[in-house]
Design a protein around this ligand. Structure first.
Ligand code: WQD
Length: 343
């Protein structure tokens, strides 16, 4: 009997790529999503890629009664991957209460049902934002968490504590938090990818929309940082590599390979890349020019962060495989495919 995995937020960017990898590895998947930041057509694309259509339930995870009814109906879940959350940094500064309410209540509703319905295993979508601006680089899992730069980042930190404390109180439960660095790119088929609604906040979708002529010019937020070329540095990881880390984390829990009931891992490439290096790499990888200008720093941005990935490499037996050029090319292929399908 195939193991059944609940993927909340499974029609989203990272969620949909993870559903593809789970189904390619023989797992049965049920997605719960409220479609507030994704499109139901993603289910068609997942079916086209994998030959299997995941089960799908549309409701909001902050609705406790609906969550309970779902767990009643799907009584043989083996594990949960929880992606569903509001995730726009800037919006979280304007609407902190919405972020705390949505991101914390959805997790708490799920964890209450895990205890009640005996679903033991949880993988949680966390973020390197919990490190703030680290004092040392690269960051390891021992690097102390810092005051998050935004309410969004703070919800990730608080959710990690909720999981840590809940599994400590109920040792039947086990949790793994994956601290993502900067997920970018798209599936090789270009059938799924990042679908930002409105003007993209993140670098890569804004860059590809600029090259596509949808945006006039990319603004580089600052070239006066204390970095080799002055622009800010991040650890950009291919979303498919990130998705595969979730499958490995699920298997660690299902096979009882975890060494503690709560574990957390940095999931990055280990390479720090600046904004200007991203532009150079994109132009080299695609042959396309990126119209851009240097402007002032963006409020709340940190100067640089990139991961020490040795713990995930050794403990999970997982390493990011894609090169930066391959990753940026996949982002461009996705952008050109969207434009084709929207014609
Ligand atoms: C990357 C770099 C910008 C846009 C955020 C969240 C993080 C995660 C990923 C959810 C920065 C620069 C950007 C632009 C630019 N989100 N930039 N021009 O801020 O590192 O991380 O998104 O999990 O939690 O904090 O990602 O893509 O916004 O920015 O110069 O138009 O690109 O200053 O240096 P960020 P980003």
């Amino acid at each position: 009997m195939a193991k059944q995995i609940l993927v909340t937020g499974g029609t989203g960017f990272i969620g949909s790529h993870t559903v593809v990898e789970l189904q390619n590895n023989g797992y049965e998947v049920v997605i719960v999503d409220n479609l507030s930041n994704s499109k139901i057509e993603v289910l068609d694309q997942i079916e086209e890629i994998t030959g299997k259509r995941p089960k799908f339930e549309e409701f909001d995870l902050t609705d406790k009664n609906k969550v309970k009814a779902f767990f009643n109906e799907y009584s043989n879940l083996d594990a949960i991957i929880h992606f569903a959350a509001s995730k726009a940094v800037g919006e979280s500064v304007e609407k902190p209460l919405m972020y705390y309410s949505n991101n914390l209540n959805s997790l708490m509703n799920i964890m209450e049902c895990m205890s009640e319905f005996n679903v033991k295993n949880l993988v949680f979508s966390s973020s390197c934002t919990v490190y703030g601006q680290p004092d040392q680089l690269p960051v390891t899992e021992q690097t102390p968490r810092k005051e998050a730069e935004s309410p969004y980042g703070n919800t990730k930190s608080i959710c990690e504590d909720i999981i840590r404390d809940t599994v400590a109180a109920n040792n039947e439960l086990k949790g793994i938090a994956l601290r993502y660095f900067n997920p970018i790119g798209a599936h090789a088929t270009a059938k799924i990818g990042e679908l930002p609604l409105g003007v993209p906040n993140n670098l890569i979708p804004f860059l590809t929309q600029t090259v596509a002529g949808i945006r006039p010019e990319l603004s580089v937020f600052g070239d006066d940082y204390n970095t080799p070329d002055g622009s800010a540095i991040r650890d950009y990881i291919h979303v498919v590599d990130l998705a595969k880390a979730h499958v490995v984390a699920i298997e660690r829990l299902l096979n009882d390979k975890n060494k503690a009931n709560y574990e957390y891992f940095n999931v990055g490439t280990g390479n720090g890349v600046s904004v200007l290096e991203i532009i150079e790499s994109f132009e080299r990888a695609t042959g396309e020019k990126v119209p851009h200008k240097i402007v002032d720093r963006r409020a709340g941005d940190i100067e640089q962060i990139y991961a020490d990935t040795s713990f995930a490499n050794e403990e999970l037996g997982w390493t990011a495989q894609s090169t930066l050029d391959e990753t940026l090319s996949s982002a461009w292929k996705w952008q050109t495919n969207i434009m084709e399908t929207e014609k």
